[in-house]
Design a protein around this ligand. Structure first.
Ligand code: HEM
Length: 149
């Protein structure tokens, strides 16, 4: 992402999250309307999760100019998500739901800003998916090792 695109994403993020939990609430609403089958994977009360989600997002948005720094923590988050039942295709749904949520809450939404947000969220989900893949590969390796002994 260009420095200008990062600046625009940060500005729109700051405007939306001036009202805490607004973005997370809208995100889950968009996600469950796009994919109702995902709802049972989540706790009934989303209040706590909304806080965690916004905190994670805030950290990433702050570090968009150095996404490498967050690669490891995002990989760990992706590995955790394997246990919560997140499948690769769900990440695309989640990305599109998040972009839709930001769009719905941004007064000055433009096709360019939408594209910048799509890039930003893609930069989050790629390491998460890598983490899920590594997690699965390590499980396979452990099993293979067991077989050898
Ligand atoms: C943009 C991508 C995503 C981000 C940034 C994200 C972020 C998070 C964070 C920060 C947590 C809380 C972790 C904790 O409490 O320690 C969480 C939990 C969770 N996420 Fe995601 N997530 C993403 C995509 C997904 C997808 C695609 C699914 C699909 C099923 C998913 C399902 C869950 C579930 C089920 C939980 C745990 C709920 C519980 O506490 O039982 N997430 N996520």
């Amino acid at each position: 992402m260009t420095p200008d695109a990062i600046k625009q994403v940060r500005a729109s993020y700051a405007a939306i999250t001036a009202t805490p939990r607004q973005l997370a609430a809208r995100f889950y609403q968009e996600l469950f309307s796009a994919a109702p089958s995902l709802r049972p994977l989540f706790p009934g009360d989303l209040t706590e999760l909304q806080g965690h989600f916004e905190a994670a997002l805030a950290l990433v948005i702050r570090n968009l100019d150095d996404v490498q720094a967050l690669r490891e923590p995002l990989r760990d988050l992706g590995a955790q998500h394997v246990h919560w039942g997140a499948r690769p295709e769900d990440y695309v749904t989640a990305r599109d739901s998040l972009v839709a949520a930001v769009g719905a809450l941004s007064p000055a939404w433009t096709p360019a800003l939408e594209e910048h947000w799509r890039s930003a969220v893609t930069a989050i989900i790629v390491p998460m998916l890598e983490g899920a893949a590594v997690h699965t590969a390590l499980a396979a390796e452990r099993l293979a090792g067991e077989h050898e002994t």
